[in-house]
Ligand binder design. Sequence first.
Ligand SMILES: Nc1ncnc2c1ncn2[C@@H]1O[C@H](COP(=O)(O)OP(=O)(O)O)[C@@H](O)[C@H]1O
Ligand SMILES: [Mg+2]
Length: 264
Amino acid sequence: MKSRLTVFNQKGGVGKTTTALNLGAALAARGLSPLLIDLDPQAHLSAILAPAADSNDSLFAFYNTGRRLDELARAVSLAGAGRGMLVPGHPELIKVDALFGKGPNILNRLREGVEAYFLHTAPGAQAAPLIVDCSPMLGVLSLNSVFATERVLVPISTDHLAVRGAVQLQNSLKALEHVLKRRVERRYVLTRFDGRRRMSHEIAEQLSAAFGEELCATRIAETVALAESPAHGRDVYAHASGSRGAQDYTALLEELLACGFLEV
Ligand SMILES: Nc1ncnc2c1ncn2[C@@H]1O[C@H](COP(=O)(O)OP(=O)(O)O)[C@@H](O)[C@H]1O
Ligand SMILES: [Mg+2]
């Protein structure tokens, strides 16, 4: 299960999608072919990587009509020459909570779908790494993702609300653990870090005191390449392979692998 990761924070704009995309690209740059799932009704990850999907061809159809994830996944280009698979999101995902939130076994739906995906696509082989990009809402969809992956990577944007947000996030994870009935493995990563600002270093120190080893040593710097690459429909490796952004996400992947949080 250590090859699966949920990217979650209940704040918007902290770098969840940027992290899901570029960690996926970092995996592709290592020659792996990750599966990305866009669980966010805003479907930003899908908008960056693939032409818009009809709701029948998106993750919504998995919940709504029981279509299989391997039928919905499309090949996408990552890190220039690399490849991955994407199950696209769709605005209709917003309905999943209301339509199916009280159904039997709903919390395990995505987990079962993912197991079936790997059985169909690569029986007997080692499963490809999985990264799920979540919306900021702590609802059925995010719970589905945590159940499917059992581990959470939390991007924290280095701004003056970071510490407050991080405390709220710990409460959210506690709520998740209450449902999951065990501790959710997690790592925090500082994003949009600007080393020229004293405030950035102060925030890093406060978070380090709060989270200890669960705060990644790697920080993702605020860079133009990371901000601009989505507009070109590309990850940062395809956009500017030698950029600081690409280096930072490579370092993040290496750190997650070295500490055993992720295994591929
Ligand atoms: N390290 C970074 N440097 C520059 N811009 C960034 C960085 N990380 C994220 N952004 C930009 O900030 C905005 C919000 O990031 P995004 O990944 O979409 O956040 P979320 O998915 O948490 O809402 C996007 O426009 C994105 O391109
Ligand atoms: Mg997002």
